[in-house]
Design a protein around this ligand. Sequence first.
Ligand SMILES: [Zn+2]
Length: 500
Amino acid sequence: MKKNVIYVRQSLGTDKQPHSISMQRDMALEYAEKRDWIIHDVYDEGNRSARKTNLEERPELRRLLNDVEAGKIQRILVFKRDRLARKVQQYIEIYRLIKKHGVELHFVADNEPPPFEGAASEFIEAILAGIAEHEANNIVQRLIYSKIPLIQKGLWQVGNPPYAYKSIKTKKKDGSDEEKTPLIEGESNLKFDLDKVKTVKVLYYEVNAISSYILDKQDYNHFCKVLKENESLACLSPKQIWEIITQTLHIGKMVQKLDGEVYEVDNAVTQKNRILNKEEEILWYKANEIINKMNVPDSYKGTKKEEDEDLPSPKLENVLYCGICDQPMLAISKVYKCKTKTCKNSPKIITVDDEVTKRVWNDLLQRGGQHWEKVKEILKTKYSKPFKARIKHLNKELLFLEKEIKEHFRKHLELSLDNNPYLSHLVNRYKETAKEHEMYESLLFHVGHFINNLDKQKTLGLITEMQLTEIQKINILSLVKKVYFAKKKSAKLVCYEPEY
Ligand SMILES: [Zn+2]
């Protein structure tokens, strides 16, 4: 027997709605209970981010999709779209896989539009997933802004604390959630790691005592080697040495970088994080003067990229063939690789996808430009259809409910009943239906708006330079049936059928 399952994942934005795992699970269970479904399994991802595009980083989702592919699943219950994926591209991939295996997808959140069926479904799903992505970005923005006042108070907010410090945090007993202890105004959220504090002090003293002969060489690795002759510094890497010496927190100044901005704070709180006292402060300045004169390799200067660079998601797998030996090409990490092992053809995914997108897009515009009004009409008809059908159905339902309510209200007055559960049930149903109706009207409007906005002059004007969104690229490339690629200029679209 196929299973009914629940997938849950902790949400990032707890400020907006209560999205805790237990709440998501309870709502899904309630949803199932109402329909007499037995839940066989819960895939609990904990608080792993859906922004991680790599499925290996979300083992429960991987397990779920494996079970989908193995034909073990009948229904998946999930709180909202954004629980499955924050990125449109990945959401669409998951959605396709689920649909392909005939699995039902149910969203249990109150206001989440249900999955759409039929020809337009992917387009609509892409729009909705796009909204989810947009909201996710808003949450990230909100998180960033909520950190700024804390940074200005002198509290450590960005990444792991520097060497020799620990953050004051408590782990919940089950080990799942981390929660900061309530901070007393004027207290730091860092504490010292006392053994490491000693190491830091020794380092500054050693740097200041190092012979000018070593310094004159300006060889940073040699400089580190000499320092590491001191037993208590032997554990430090050249990178750590650089990070420690340049850390201003040791003299009571906290420097944090957030979203491209640098915040420097020197107040009573950050002064509590001092490792060198006022008299020793000179050691810090001297050590920094010394290290600035050194040729420190860039790789040591911990200029970590703050945003994790996602691997490109290949959009042409299954339709891409090697332009040299005619074999299928597979996406591996950042490139498409020819299936022939000896073949050297391995262009970057981004290059190929961009080039092919550009060509199809140009071709589409050329064809579309010739029949522009017709194109818009066809698109509108096609993509509005499911909404119009649903709205029509809901209109009927509303009319029916209106009639029922009037009738029962009249009876209610005639009989002067105190309490009429059936009438309140009808009113509630009316409210729910009206809400749904409004939602679909709004979606219909957005779809129409989206298509109407494909203004001819403007669109044609953007032909080559236009930065297509991920959704647009996916839609465009989904038209490609087969493409050969060897070098950029020789890319050949063999079979491509526009829908109009
Ligand atoms: Zn090849």
